[in-house]
Design a protein around this ligand. Structure first.
Ligand code: NAP
Length: 248
């Protein structure tokens, strides 16, 4: 299947690690030109804008530097985020607001600043959410509410951007082994036991989803093969969120 992504400029936030890095590799494999927006250095040979996305002016700069380098933006993948465990009891109003800055506000800011370029290219947006938007997780109010808002924004932007033929979809991972996931796991007293318990409850194959499997869905959604898909929430999770809990 030809995804038609050759030469396309695809901006990937958080593209230096984990799921974002897999999306960058998949884009490169399709002949696209990914732009990594990340505060950490990527090991992949692709154009990178170094930026802490929690500052709106850095989102603006990331878009400006991309346009300066390539003159266009064909797609935006909002992916950067961190499960920062700002809970209801363990947290504060200030920490909650900071969690939304880490996980939600830059999704809006990147789309806002990239909008004119995306209108010019009739581009596409993919937002990475999380199962926690649907299932909750406990002790992570900031992250879970940001991920829920990301699903709502996906539908909202899909509607607002219909006249410009800009498609907007969300991908919802559940359990993917990445540096962020490893950090989250390591906070438990017995991380390997916790991991075994989680994996035993993943219906399809009793295994984690790979970052490459998330990336495959993302590049498909960005491609011309997905030309009539918009406003959708795609679960790439081995049935974790929707299938019968008794299976575990
Ligand atoms: P990851 O391995 O930590 O990669 C995220 C990358 O984004 C890192 O390079 C990180 O830099 C960067 N980043 C984070 N916040 C940033 C900021 N404010 N400014 C600039 N760069 C920033 O995480 P991942 O597991 O691939 O997660 C990617 C996305 O998938 C996130 O939105 C996450 O919520 C979602 N997700 C993941 C899972 C999972 O199981 N892994 C499940 C559901 C949803 P640093 O290394 O410097 O922090």
């Amino acid at each position: 299947m030809d995804l038609g992504l050759s030469g396309k400029i695809i901006v990937v936030t958080g593209g230096a690690s984990g799921i974002g890095a897999a999306i960058v590799r998949a884009a490169l494999a399709e002949g696209a030109r990914p732009v990594i927006v990340d505060r950490s250095k990527s090991e992949v040979d692709a154009f990178q804008v170094f930026a802490d996305l929690t500052h709106p002016q850095n989102c603006r700069r990331a878009v400006a530097e991309t346009l300066e380098k390539f003159g266009a933006i064909d797609a935006l993948v909002n992916n950067a985020g961190v499960n920062d465990r700002v809970g209801l009891a363990r947290g504060s109003p200030a920490e909650y607001a900071a969690s939304l800055e880490r996980n939600l506000l830059h999704y809006y800011n990147m789309a806002h600043y990239a909008l004119d370029a995306l209108k010019n290219s009739r581009g596409a947006i993919v937002n990475i959410s999380s199962k926690t938007a649907l299932t909750g997780q406990g002790e992570t109010s900031g992250y879970a509410s940001a991920k829920g808002a990301i699903l709502a924004l996906t539908r909202e932007w899909a509607v607002e951007l219909l006249p410009y033929h800009i498609r907007v979809n969300a991908v919802v991972p559940a359990e993917v082994m990445t540096p962020m996931y490893r950090n989250w796991l390591n906070a438990f007293p017995d991380p390997e036991k916790k991991l075994d318990q989680i994996v035993a409850r993943i219906p399809l194959g009793k295994r984690m989803t790979t970052a490459d499997e998330i990336a495959a869905m993302v590049v498909f959604l960005l491609s011309s093969q997905a030309a009539h898909i918009t406003g959708q929430h795609l679960f790439v999770d081995g049935g974790y969120v929707h299938l019968d809990r008794a299976l575990g």
